[in-house]
Design a protein around this ligand. Sequence first.
Ligand code: ATP
Ligand code: MG
Length: 155
Amino acid sequence: MEILTKSAEETKEFGKKIATDLIRNQAAGIRNNGLTLALTGELGSGKTTFVQGFAYGLGIKQRIISPTFILVRRYDIKLSTLNSQLSTFYHVDLYRLEEKVEVEVRNLGIDEFWKNPENIIAIEWAEKIRSVVPKNATWIEFENMGKDKRKITVI
Ligand SMILES: Nc1ncnc2c1ncn2[C@@H]1O[C@H](COP(=O)(O)OP(=O)(O)OP(=O)(O)O)[C@@H](O)[C@H]1O
Ligand SMILES: [Mg+2]
């Protein structure tokens, strides 16, 4: 799936839609591990903006800020849907990691996040840890198409 957004608001709206779809689908299927969104794309391409809308769709009302300096932020998922088994959202940003990124990310405890099917994990700059990301992750590519245009491709 590919969309072209023309404003930050539209990208947030798309993030929210992805969250809504995901909640609907997870009610039907059974998973034994956490759900992963692997976000890729250059600086300012809209990854954090997308995550803001996505988190809103998970019922998270706190402002989502870029976790660039602390690598990971944790939020409680607040869904009114009774049958929802989603509990925690982890927002990871690997931007500042340059060396031994796989090792660093393991030190964060990312394997523990992945073990729990109640978790959702969104990773900015996921291209840095391609070999570590679970096979069932959804990869989302962001491209800056000039001015306020962004191309978002869900793989
Ligand atoms: N269509 C659009 N979608 C998303 N952001 C847009 C759009 N048009 C303009 N913008 C602006 O582009 C910037 C995107 O920044 P954002 O922090 O989301 O990027 P990022 O991919 O997370 O960058 P980084 O790699 O630095 O974390 C914001 O300032 C946002 O307002
Ligand atoms: Mg960002």
